[in-house]
Design a protein around this ligand. Structure first.
Ligand code: ADP
Length: 393
C-alpha cells in the first residue's frame, strides 16, 4: 500500500512516499520557497537527487507537481494507488493525544489551536487542504508533535501560575518533537528486547528536547508551553528566569516581539558564541580556541546533563539513554562531554566506538560495564507518520 508522509511548512513541503507495511521509501523530496520568488524542488529517487525550478505559487501547485512526478517516474500509475496521506501537525493541544483521520470538522477544530503554534499549524493545515483537493480519495491523517507527551501527568505538565492561566488560557506544558521521541524510544526498547524499560531520549538538533519515558509512555519532557523551554538550543535560549524579560524591556526599547525574536532566534549557541547556531561552525572556532564558543559548549552540555540527572531520579534509574537528531547523531564529542559527566551514575561511554557512530549509524556506544546503555539512534519522524497512517487505514 502506498502512503505519503508530509510535512508542510509555511514556504516548504517535504514528502516521502512509502510502500507499507514494508516501510520502503519509494521517492522523497522537498518543495522550497513556496509563494516566494525563485521557488524550486528537489526529488530523490533510487539514490539520485534531481533539482528543478518551478513557479510554486502555493501548496496546491506543489502537490500538483508532486503528483505528476509520481506518475512520470512510474511510482504510481493512477492517483487511486495513494491510499493515505499522513500530515505532521505541530500542535494538537490537550485534545489530540493520538493520530487521527482528518475531515473538515476536525480540521476546523484543530485550527482553534493555531494561537498555540502560529508559525506552524496554519501551514500544516493548508498542506492538508491542498492534498484533500488534489487526492480526494486518499485518507488524510493528522499526526501531532504534541501527542506523545499527552501521557505526562498534571503534576508535571502544570506550571505554578494562577489557576486561571491554565483553565481559561491553556497555559501548561505540551512538549514537542513527540514523533521523534516516540520513534527513538520504541527503537531502543526493540534493541533492548524489553517491553518494560526506563529510557531518556535526547533529541539534539537545531531545536532540542529531552524526554523521560517509562515503558514506552512519556512521563516528562523539557519543552513546555512553547518550544523555547528546556535545554540550550541552536538559537533558542531554553530555560531562563522570566524576570529577565521585563528587566530588558525597561533597560532597552525592545518590544515584547523583539524579546521573543531575541530569545528564539538570537540566543542559545548563537547568542553565547556570537558565531553561529550551527555546531559545525562553532566546532571550527573551538579549534582556534575561541573562548565564547568553548563557553557555549559548556552551557549546552550543562543544560543537558541537568535534565538527564533530573529524569534519572524521576524515573528511578534508567536502562538506556539515546542520542538523536543533527547533533545527537553526528557530534560524538558532545555525546562524550555529556556522558563523561554521568560517570557518578556508573554510565560510561566507549570513546572509540562513540567516534565511529555518525552519519546514520545506529547502535550502542557505552562500555559493557556501563550501568545504562547509551544508544545513537538516527531519528525518523516520517516513518512514524507513515506507520500511524497505515494503521488508521
Ligand atoms: P532541526 O530538524 O531542528 O532543524 P537537525 O536535527 O537537522 O535540526 O539538526 C541540525 C543541526 O545539527 C545543525 O544545525 C548542526 O548544529 C548539527 N549538525 C549536523 N551535522 C553535524 C555534524 N557533522 N557535526 C556537528 N553538528 C552537526
Amino acid at each position: 500500500m502506498k502512503i505519503l508522509s508530509v510535512n508542510a511548512g509555511s514556504s516548504s513541503l517535504k514528502f516521502q512516499m512509502y510502500e507499507m507495511p514494508e516501510e520502503n521509501v519509494l521517492i522523497s523530496g522537498v518543495f522550497e520557497r513556496i509563494g516566494i520568488e525563485n521557488s524550486f524542488y528537489t526529488i530523490k529517487i533510487n539514490g539520485e537527487k534531481i533539482q528543478k525550478n518551478a513557479n510554486l505559487e502555493n501548496h496546491e501547485v506543489a502537490v500538483n507537481i508532486l503528483i505528476n512526478e509520481l506518475l512520470d517516474n512510474n511510482i504510481i500509475n493512477s492517483l487511486d494507488e495513494i491510499k493515505g496521506v499522513g500530515h505532521r501537525i505541530v500542535h494538537g493541544g490537550d485534545k489530540y493525544s493520538k493520530s487521527i483521520v482528518l475531515n473538515d470538522e476536525i480540521l476546523k477544530d484543530i485550527s482553534t489551536l493555531n494561537e498555540l503554534a502560529p508559525l506552524h499549524n496554519p501551514a500544516n493545515i493548508s498542506g492538508v487542504y491542498a492534498f484533500m483537493k488534489q487526492i480526494p480519495n486518499a485518507i488524510q491523517v493528522g499526526c501531532f508533535d504534541t501527542a506523545f507527551h499527552q501521557t505526562i501527568k498534571e503534576d508535571r505538565y502544570r506550571y505554578a501560575v494562577p489557576d486561571e492561566w491554565y483553565t481559561k488560557y491553556g497555559v501548561r506544558k505540551y512538549g514537542f518533537h513527540g514523533m521523534s521521541h516516540k520513534y527513538v524510544s520504541e527503537k531502543v526498547m526493540e534493541l533492548l528486547d524489553k517491553d518494560l524499560a526506563n529510557v531518556i531520549v535526547c533529541h539534539l538538533g537545531n531545536g532540542g528536547s529531552i524526554s523521560a519515558i517509562r515503558d514506552g509512555r512519556c512521563i516528562d519532557t523539557t519543552m513546555g508551553f512553547t518550544p523555547n523551554a528546556g535545554i540550550v538550543m541552536g538559537s533558542r535560549s531554553g530555560d531562563i528566569d522570566y524576570g529577565i524579560i521585563p528587566y530588558m524591556m525597561n533597560k532597552t526599547n525592545m518590544s515584547i516581539s523583539d524579546i521573543d525574536n531575541a530569545l528564539n532566534k538570537q540566543s542559545g549557541m548563537l547568542g553565547i558564541s556570537s558565531v553561529s547556531s550551527d555546531f559545525r561552525d562553532i566546532d571550527a572556532k573551538i579549534a582556534e580556541k575561541h573562548k565564547p564558543s568553548i563557553l557555549a559548549h559548556h552551557l549546552y552540555v550543562n543544560s543537558i546533563v541537568g535534565y538527564i540527572a533530573k529524569y534519572y531520579v524521576e524515573l528511578g534509574g534508567v536502562d538506556a539513554i539515546a542520542f538523536t537528531a543533527g547533533v545527537g547523531e553526528n557530534a560524538p564529542h558532545i555525546r562524550r562531554m555529556v556522558v563523561d559527566r554521568l560517570s557518578c551514575l556508573g554510565i560510561k561511554i566507549d570513546r572509540e566506538k562513540n567516534d565511529e557512530f555518525r552519519f546514520g549509524k545506529e547502535g550502542i556506544v557505552s562500555t559493557p560495564d556501563s550501568t545504562a546503555k547509551v544508544f545513537v539512534i538516527p531519528t525518523d519522524e516520517e516513518v512514524v507518520i507513515a506507520r500511524d497512517t497505515y494503521s488508521l487505514i
